[in-house]
Ligand binder design. Structure first.
Ligand SMILES: Cc1cc2nc3c(=O)[nH]c(=O)nc-3n(C[C@H](O)[C@H](O)[C@H](O)COP(=O)(O)OP(=O)(O)OC[C@H]3O[C@@H](n4cnc5c(N)ncnc54)[C@H](O)[C@@H]3O)c2cc1C
Length: 553
């Protein structure tokens, strides 16, 4: 028996043929498609900083913290021992560590200036690349990080309030203390829109807001309100003038704890490190944000940003699953050959890699549109039309993708000590929250119908960028013809998927990626088989795609 087996194995047998831990890797430099997408979208100057970030987040310590944060979910402390209300949620130290890291790196605010306007390009792409790496390690804590950055978009409706809050929002200090936001070194923001009778249809909200002094008193409930230890929440409620957006702090201006009574924390499939509460508002104080009756219009500024993050996060989950699958397949021998050399396993991994190439190119291209939307109407139109399309496509693809990657690890993929089971449980939430799949498709149709010329220009631009590749002309014809047609709603999933695939082809092609042609051939021209591994890639394409996933060690 070798010394290694004596130490790490078992007295009854030698432990052989298991892949070494996947840890202590640079999440940026080992990911060629990511580096290519970052460079293609204007953030090439960030490479050194991204590599340092990737090395830190890829350490064994960070990966272990991710496990701990999810195996030790938050606990709601509704009352103290004497029966007084507390309404606080306690998190494991690993969760706080992640919050400190992500806020310290500015992921909650680096796309804003201290005044609350947009930071200069390539802030969005630079942030997106970091977010993508963080999602590979721990996704749950990113919920308040995302909401904090996105809320700024809505807070712009009240410049005075924005000016007051901005110094606390852009702070790189994570301050989890439970006290008034004015005395804290940094704050986080959440949001409460969804009620029992309807989440998508927020106009059905029954929560009421009554004017009182400098603000309003709100009574009602939210059926989902995540990250309840945030310092304030954007909340929708029915004011006298209709559905209105409010900012509800955890403490009233007089210093008393505000009337947010948490009922329970959701017992969730995944996303375990994050707390998602059910809450009742009992005369809870709030400031109005925007005009009465304009609640949806105000909050919509926020949801585009949260939807972008859903897509980036899902892409990150997919990347970690793929990297682990290939790492394992390169070390595991079955029938005298490494799995990574078995022809059918190569087809599976290459097809996953091809999907990943398209997905990462697409999300970074979308991030670039956010970078440039302020100065370029064409990029603003791209962001408007493509955000729901990309969220739909990437978030809906992730669970099946991660499942296939899990199977590459065999039984090891299915057990909790590995990471694949967590990635798999985490994936569906990004498709559900911030507008579920069908709602994203309806939003694409809404953008196409309301901004016909701008949307047609986006389609024309995609056609030009992807010109000559297989299936492009037909996809453009189908989208252009049907997206405004009478049966558009019933067929919207087909149209939106085509639109996202076309945009992925365009993003790959403009960055010079060799994956553009096989991606177009196997996704636009020919419908991919029901499972990964059925894309009929040739040996050269297969080798290239696999090599780009991870350097061989
Ligand atoms: C873990 C977690 C955390 C969450 N955190 C928050 C939070 O912090 N704040 C918050 O406000 N919400 C939060 N949510 C709620 C989430 O945003 C909603 O669940 C989501 O928006 C869907 O709303 P719903 O559950 O009411 O479903 P419904 O609105 O009832 O939708 C059900 C299904 O019907 C589909 N659908 C809706 N309309 C149509 C249509 N016209 N045509 C075809 N199909 C349609 C939807 O796509 C969906 O698949 C969270 C949810 C989860 C799972």
């Amino acid at each position: 028996m070798t010394e290694h087996a004596m130490v790490h194995g078992s007295p009854t047998h030698e432990v052989l043929n298991q892949s070494p831990p996947f840890a202590d890797i640079d999440l940026f430099s080992t990911d060629v498609p990511l580096a290519d997408a970052v460079a293609a979208n204007g953030a090439g100057t960030e490479v050194l900083a991204l590599s340092a970030f990737g090395r830190h987040w890829g350490t064994a310590e960070m990966l272990e913290l991710g496990r701990l944060a999810n195996e030790n979910p938050p606990k709601l402390r509704t009352f103290d021992a004497k029966g007084f209300r507390r309404d606080v949620v306690e998190f494991h130290p690993s969760y706080h560590q992640f919050m400190r890291e992500s806020i310290g790196a500015g992921l909650h605010a680096m796309t804003w200036t201290a005044e609350g306007s947009r930071a200069a390009a390539p802030a969005e792409v630079a942030r997106a690349a970091r977010y993508y790496m963080v999602a590979q390690v721990e996704n749950g804590h990113m919920c308040p990080v995302t909401m904090t950055r996105a809320c700024v978009g809505a807070l712009a409706a009240d410049p005075t309030l924005l000016q007051q809050l901005m110094p606390k929002i852009v702070s790189r200090d994570y301050d989890p203390s439970f006290r008034r936001w004015e005395g804290k070194s940094g704050i986080t923001l959440g949001m409460g829109m969804t009620e029992k009778q309807g989440g998508t249809d927020v106009r059905a909200n029954t929560t009421r807001a009554v004017p009182a002094g400098d603000g309003y008193l709100i009574t009602g409930h939210k059926w989902f309100m995540s990250a309840p230890m945030c310092d304030a929440f954007l909340v929708l409620a029915q004011a006298p003038g209709g559905l209105t957006c409010f900012v509800m702090p955890r403490f009233r201006p007089d210093g008393a704890v505000n009337g947010l009574h948490f009922q329970r924390l959701k017992d969730k499939l995944g996303n375990r490190s994050n707390a998602s509460s059910e809450v009742e508002f009992v005369d809870a104080f709030a400031w109005r944000l925007g005009e009465e009756g304009r609640g949806v219009r105000t909050i919509i500024e926020m949801v585009q940003l949260t939807r972008l993050d859903c897509a980036i996060a899902s892409a990150g989950l997919m990347r970690m699953a793929l990297a682990q699958a290939l790492h394992h397949a390169r070390h595991r021998t079955v029938f005298q050959k490494h799995l990574a050399d078995q022809p059918m396993m190569r087809s599976v991994i290459a097809d996953l890699a091809l999907e990943m190439e398209g997905v990462v190119a697409l999300v970074m291209r979308l991030a670039r549109a956010f970078d440039r939307a302020g100065a370029d109407p064409a990029e603003a139109a791209f962001a408007r039309l493509m955000t729901p399309a990309v969220k739909y496509f990437v978030c809906k693809t992730a669970p099946a993708f991660i499942y296939e990657a899990m199977e590459c690890l065999g039984g090891n993929g299915y057990v909790e000590e590995g990471m694949l089971s967590r990635l798999y449980r985490e994936a569906p939430v990004n498709a559900i929250w911030e507008g579920s799949g069908n709602v994203m498709c309806l939003d694409v149709l809404r953008a196409a119908t309301r901004e016909v010329d701008a949307s047609r220009a986006v389609l024309a631009q995609l056609e030009k960028q992807a010109a000559g590749l297989p299936g492009v002309s037909e996809a453009v014809r189908v989208i252009g013809q049907h997206v405004l047609g009478p049966a558009a709603e019933a067929g919207a999933r087909v149209l939106v998927e085509k639109l996202a695939l076309l945009a992925a082809v365009a993003a790959l092609h403009t960055s010079g990626a060799r994956a553009a042609e096989p991606f177009a051939r196997s996704r636009l021209l020919n419908a991919r088989g029901a499972t990964f591994g059925a894309s009929e890639l040739d040996a050269g394409e297969t080798a290239l795609l696999i090599d780009r996933v991870l350097p061989a060690d």
